[in-house]
Design a protein around this ligand. Structure first.
Ligand SMILES: Nc1ncnc2c1ncn2[C@@H]1O[C@H](COP(=O)(O)OP(=O)(O)OP(=O)(O)O)[C@@H](O)[C@H]1O
Ligand SMILES: [Mg+2]
Length: 318
C-alpha cells in the first residue's frame, strides 16, 4: 500500500533532460543593511533523484539558503528554482513541489497531531488525505500520538511531526534542515529508512546535518559551505578518496606539541589525527615521543567524512 501510494510523485518527476530538481544560481544574501554577507555567490544544481548533503559549521548559511528556497526570505541576488519553477516569480508552483522540514520547531499548540497534518494538507489543496497521514504517522512512530495536542509532545516527537507535515502533499523534492537534531537513535534509524525509501522511489532529497556519519551513509553528493561560500562540492566517494586516508586515535592527559595540536580533533581525552601514509603516521608518533606525551589506547583506522570536513574547513584543501 505504501509503495503504491508513493508511485505518483515518481511518475511526476521530470524525464532525463528536464530541469534540475533544485537550481541555485549566484545566490547571495546580506543581513544588517548589507553589512553582513551570509551567502556569497552560491551556485549548484541538484538533479532529480539525488540524495544531496549540504554541510557546514554553525552560521555557514545553510538555513539562509533553505529559507530562500522556501520563500520565507528573499535573496539579495541570484535565482533559485524548483523543477524549473522560480521561487519568486512562480512561487505557488515551486512551493507545491517542495516538502520542507525547518530547523526551528514552530507549531500551533492547540491542535492535535492529526489536525496539524490535516490543516497542512488543506494548505496544499490535498483532500481526503487520511490514508497517507496514517502511513506517515506509522512510519514516523507517531501512530499512538495522533490525538495528542502538539504541546503535549516531547521535542523529538515534535520534530517527527515536522517531518510528517513536510510530506503530507507527497512533494517530489524533500528538504530537511537538521531533521535529526534532538532525535533519539531509534527514530533516527526509522526516519532514515523512510527517507531513503522515498529517495529510492524517486524523490529528491536535500539534507543538512551536523551528524556527518549520516551524511556519509546517505548522500550521493555533498556540498560544503563555509562563511556563505561553497568550498567543496563532489560525490561523497570522491571527497573521501581525496583526503588523508589514515586516522590515528589515542588518549592522553597531556597537552600536544603545537604542530600536532593545530591539526588534531580533540574530544576530552581523545585525540584524532589524520595521516596520508605510513611515514606520516611514524612522524606523528615520533613527534609525540620527542615531546614526551604519554599516550594510551592507540588505534589506527580509515579517515571518514568528519576528517574530510575538518580538513576542508581548516582551509587545507580547495
Ligand atoms: N535574520 C537574520 N538577521 C541577521 N543575521 C542573520 C539572520 N539570519 C541569519 N543570520 C546570520 O547569517 C549567518 C548564517 O546563518 P544560518 O542560520 O543560515 O546558518 P546555518 O548554516 O544554518 O547554521 P546552523 O548550523 O547553526 O543552523 C549567521 O552568521 C547568522 O547569524
Ligand atoms: Mg541552520
Amino acid at each position: 500500500m505504501l509503495a503504491s501510494s508513493l508511485q505518483q510523485p515518481v511518475a511526476a518527476a521530470p524525464a532525463a533532460g528536464g530541469p534540475p530538481a533544485l537550481r541555485f544560481s549566484h545566490v547571495s544574501k546580506t543581513y544588517r543593511a548589507g553589512q553582513f554577507k551570509a551567502l556569497d555567490d552560491v551556485s549548484f544544481d541538484i538533479q532529480p533523484g539525488e540524495f544531496f548533503g549540504l554541510l557546514g559549521p554553525n552560521g555557514a548559511g545553510k538555513t539562509s539558503l533553505i529559507s530562500i528556497l522556501a520563500g520565507l526570505s528573499r535573496a539579495s541576488g541570484g535565482q533559485v528554482s524548483v523543477l524549473g519553477h522560480d521561487v519568486v516569480d512562480d512561487y505557488a508552483n515551486a512551493r507545491k513541489k517542495l516538502g520542507i522540514v525547518p530547523q526551528e520547531l514552530v507549531f500551533d499548540p492547540f491542535f492535535s497531531v492529526r489536525e496539524t497534518l490535516r490543516i497542512q494538507s488543506g494548505y496544499f489543496g490535498v483532500r481526503h488525505n487520511d490514508d497517507w497521514i496514517d502511513e506517515l504517522l506509522l512510519n514516523l512512530g507517531l501512530a499512538d500520538k495522533a490525538h495528542n495536542n502538539m504541546r503535549q509532545l516531547s521535542g523529538g516527537m515534535k520534530r517527527r511531526v515536522l517531518v510528517a507535515q513536510a510530506l503530507v502533499h507527497r512533494p517530489p523534492v524533500i528538504v530537511l534542515d537538521e531533521p535529526t537534531a534532538g532525535v533519539d537513535v531509534e527514530l533516527r534509524q526509522t526516519l532514515w529508512q523512510f527517507i531513503a525509501r522515498l529517495n529510492r522511489e524517486g524523490h529528491t532529497v536535500l539534507l543538512t546535518t551536523h551528524y556527518l556519519e549520516e551524511a556519509e551513509a546517505l548522500c550521493h553528493r555533498i556540498a560544503m559551505l563555509k562563511q556563505g561560500k561553497i568550498v567543496a562540492l563532489n560525490r561523497t566517494s570522491e571527497l573521501l578518496a581525496g583526503t588523508a586516508s589514515t586516522m590515528l586515535q589515542f588518549k592522553t592527559d597531556s597537552a600536544l606539541p603545537l604542530a600536532l595540536a593545530e591539526r588534531a580533533r580533540i574530544t576530552g581525552r581523545i585525540v584524532q589525527l589524520t595521516a596520508h601514509d605510513a611515514a606520516e603516521v611514524e612522524q606523528i608518533l615520533a613527534t609525540l615521543r620527542q615531546a614526551a606525551v604519554p599516550i594510551e589506547d592507540l588505534e589506527i583506522g580509515r579517515a571518514d567524512l568528519e576528517d574530510v570536513f575538518i580538513e576542508i574547513m581548516q582551509g587545507g584543501r580547495a
